[in-house]
Ligand binder design. Structure first.
Ligand code: SF4
Length: 374
């Protein structure tokens, strides 16, 4: 492993092609290494090998080969984080999505393989375990099992750690809503839900073939917030889906406000080759851009108001990452990004008083160290 690509004997590029801008970035990067011993993995070689071959002739590594060879579904991430890929593929049929074409049907990792990976990561010092997959809520559907049972089993693993569940498709969440809300009772699950809703308009959602309505989304949000009022629920939106009217877009704004999503990822619609939506007429780029700006401004207001309600409160924290000398990134039980102006060791647990809102994180002063934390 080297920090400098020019010193490497071989170069491996892990590709993504979720939107057009990413695809172009990947092709530029691949062209840069065209004369090297180049290996390409990720989604792009599965669905766009011809495009890759137009800029270089690399070796291809199928994404699933990586776990097969590594012999584990777990990987250490930065700081005190660990990543466990619980599944690949999905049960969706979203009309705009190229990932579905690249990753195919749902294949869940066996429960024991996931538990082994969590144990190994915790033993190696990870205290934030991120569960990932295209749709984490779908875990187990192909095995006659379900995510809430998996979460409960992971929560019984000894050690000081908490699980950050990854992205969950609202339609799949609806099928497991009650047991899922119950599973979050455990202190070993961060009260964090990533619920990509993409639009607040039922007619757009139908054209996207998402399989739920705005009312369904609110049912999920309300079920979690009734039980856990501080729960952090983040979301993803696509602006300017083909045919999206002003009225349909205003319903998206309305859903964002009503659901009070924090940490919102906004993507301008991007036509992806081979998808059903690619046959639809694109809206002008200006409209997609304007709507994305409007939505971002609203999302920032919601983000600020969520953070501000924490100011003046005490919270448990655990140190998970470093971003600058003299300060440490910690997480509280709702996965709030809490920055403490002290050099704390990874895994440090204590209590802090939240003092300021910096939108993407809050600042805090340390009150106690010791047996607090997640
Ligand atoms: S957006 Fe839809 S089709 Fe694409 S990976 Fe997610 S659930 Fe599957």
């Amino acid at each position: 492993m080297t920090e400098h690509p020019e010193e490497a004997d071989a170069v491996i590029v892990n590709t993504c092609t979720v939107i057009g801008a990413t695809e172009r970035k990947m092709l530029r990067r691949l062209a840069l290494f065209a004369d090297r011993d180049l290996y390409v993995t990720g989604c792009m070689p599965v669905v766009q090998l011809d495009k890759i071959r137009s800029v270089c002739t690399p070796h291809v590594i199928r994404p699933d080969e990586i776990h097969e060879r590594a012999g584990s579904v777990g990987t250490r991430g930065p700081g005190a984080t660990g990543v466990v890929q619980v599944a690949s593929g999905c049960v969706g049929r979203c009309s705009y999505c190229i990932t579905r074409l690249a990753r195919g049907r749902l294949i869940s990792a066996p429960r024991e393989a996931i538990a082994d990976a969590v144990r190994a990561l915790v033993t190696s010092g990870a205290c934030e375990i991120q569960l990932t997959g295209q749709d984490v809520a779908a875990w187990g559907l192909d095995r006659g099992e379900s995510l809430p049972d998996l979460l409960q089993e992971i929560a019984e693993i000894p050690g000081r750690f908490a699980v950050r569940p990854g992205m969950m498709h609202p339609a799949t969440v609806l099928g497991i809503l009650e047991p899922l809300v119950d599973a979050y009772e455990s202190k070993k699950i961060f009260r964090f839900l990533h619920l990509p809703v993409q639009s607040g308009s039922d007619t757009v959602l139908e054209r996207m073939q998402r399989g739920y309505t705005a009312a369904d989304v609110l049912r999920i949000v309300d079920a979690f917030r009734e039980r856990y009022p501080d729960m952090m629920i983040s979301s993803d939106f696509i602006t300017g889906f083909p045919g999206e009217t002003d009225e349909e877009f205003s319903q998206t704004l309305e859903l964002l406000r009503r659901a009070a999503f924090v940490k919102v990822n906004i993507t301008r619609y991007s036509r992806r080759p081979g998808t059903p939506a690619a046959a639809l007429k694109d809206l002008p780029e200006r409209i997609r851009k304007d709507r994305s700006r409007t939505l971002l401004a609203e999302a920032n207001r919601v983000y600020d108001s969520y953070n501000e309600r924490w100011i003046g409160r005490e919270t448990s924290i655990v140190a998970t990452e470093k971003n600058a000398p003299g300060s440490t990134v910690c997480r509280n039980p709702c996965y709030l990004n809490v920055v403490v102006k002290e050099d704390l060791p990874f895994g440090f647990a204590g209590k802090a008083a939240i003092t300021g809102n910096r939108r993407h994180y809050v600042t805090a002063g340390l009150i106690t160290s010791g047996d607090e934390g997640i």
